[in-house]
Unconditional design. Structure first.
Length: 202
C-alpha cells in the first residue's frame, strides 16, 4: 500500500514555511541598525530667469535694432521661415532641438524688416498700409493681444494655417518689424529672454 501525502498537509506546510521565512525577514529588517540620517538645510538660491549677461552675444542691425542671444546659438543673416528673407535668424544648438521635440524646417526665431507695412508681402496683396489693417484684413492672422517690444506696444499673433507661427509685429516710424518663431506654442524661457533684450537703436 502506498503512502500518499494529504494535499492539504503539503499546502499547510508550505504556508507555515513562507510565514516563518517572512516573519524572520521582517524581524531581521527591523532589528538591523540603520545609520542615522542627518538633515541639513541649505539656502536655496532665488529662482531667476535667464539673464542676458550669462555669456550672451548682441547682434546690432543697420535696420535700427539690436538683440541679444545665447553664445551657443547660431546666427544667420538673410535667411528665415518665409518667402522673403529675414534680416537675421537664430537657432539653438542641435542638442537643444532634439530634447523631445520634432525638428521643424526653418529657423527658431527670425526678424524681418520692411520700410513700411505695405512692403510686407501679404500686406501688399491685401492693400494693408497699417499694422492694424494687416492684422484685421489677413484671414491667416489670429490676434492674441499686445506685447511690449523694445519699449513700444506690439501685437502678438498666430500667423498661418497648417504651418502656423507665433509672431510679434511692431511698427516704429512707419517701419514694420516682424519677429517670427518656428512654432505657435509658448515661448521657451530662453526665447522670452531673447525677446526682452530687443531694443530699437534709432
Amino acid at each position: 500500500m502506498e503512502n500518499k501525502a494529504n494535499p492539504w498537509l503539503v499546502v499547510l506546510a508550505i504556508a507555515v514555511i513562507v510565514a516563518v521565512a517572512g516573519g524572520g525577514l521582517y524581524y531581521w529588517n527591523t532589528q538591523r541598525q540603520i545609520p542615522e540620517q542627518v538633515v541639513t538645510e541649505q539656502e536655496q538660491p532665488n529662482e531667476t530667469t535667464e539673464s542676458v549677461d550669462q555669456e550672451w552675444l548682441t547682434y546690432t542691425s543697420d535696420k535700427g535694432f539690436s538683440i541679444s542671444y545665447p553664445n551657443d546659438w547660431s546666427l544667420s543673416e538673410n535667411a528665415g521661415n518665409n518667402s522673403d528673407l529675414s534680416v537675421v535668424s537664430f537657432n539653438p544648438p542641435l542638442d537643444e532641438e532634439l530634447k523631445g521635440k520634432p525638428i521643424l524646417p526653418g529657423d527658431r526665431l527670425s526678424i524681418y524688416y520692411y520700410d513700411n507695412v505695405a512692403d510686407e508681402p501679404e500686406a501688399s496683396n491685401l492693400g494693408a498700409t497699417t499694422l492694424d489693417e494687416l492684422v484685421s484684413k489677413n484671414s491667416m492672422i489670429t490676434k492674441i493681444g499686445s506685447v511690449e517690444i523694445g519699449g513700444l506696444n506690439g501685437t502678438d499673433v498666430i500667423w498661418g494655417g497648417f504651418g502656423a507661427y507665433y509672431t510679434i509685429l511692431v511698427a516704429k516710424d512707419s517701419h514694420l518689424y516682424k519677429i517670427q518663431f518656428s512654432n505657435e506654442n509658448e515661448l521657451s524661457e530662453t526665447e522670452q529672454t531673447i525677446i526682452s533684450s530687443f531694443e530699437f537703436t534709432n
